[in-house]
Design a protein around this ligand. Sequence first.
Ligand code: AMP
Length: 213
Amino acid sequence: MRIVLLGAPGSGKGTQAKKLMADKNIPQISTGDMLREAVATGTRFGQKAKTIMDAGDLVSDDIMLGIISERLSQSDAADGFILDGFPRTKTQALDLEELLDQLGTPLDAAVLMDVDFDVLMKRLTGRRTCSLTGKLLNVYSSSQEELDECTNAGGELIQREDDNEETIANRLDVYRAQTEPLVDFYRKRGGLRTVDADGAIDEVYARLLEAIT
Ligand code: AMP
């Protein structure tokens, strides 16, 4: 199964992609995670990427194409993948189409994780990662037990640097201007499915499974 998860920042792409990865045994390919890893290595490219990401802007299409073509050529992607955060521009969508055509492995579906903008803001400002387990939590919607489980074990609830209000506002603007047009792009290609992404994680996951089967 080869799918693209489309959706605004905070629509739950990463959370749902991780569940799907565990269930279907295909990799979640998150360009955001890959870029954050590059930032953590502290290379010159990582430093440049950090400046762009901290502002909530997009890394250039050329660089992203290089990153994604290399990743898709790895053996674990041969039997399928879930793209999370790529493509984000029309150019990236066309590049991806060309790349997959060359590989003879077209997409099966593009799934839009659909959620109202006011819900997104709460999800993004409340989002935290447990420093011990990497588990994604939310100070507004996770239970107190889940939050305590992390901190009682000595973990910290870490907020992503780009999850502050100013950067979030720009990320949502960038999404509207550059990425939202891809909904029509995939609709015209005939492979678009839409999932109501508002609700509990397991409810949304059930809808996602239904949409891709
Ligand atoms: P994400 O974790 O998907 O929200 O991505 C975090 C940040 O990484 C974005 O705000 C962008 O700065 C950058 N990024 C991730 N994926 C892409 C992409 N496909 N194209 C350009 N920039 C990206």
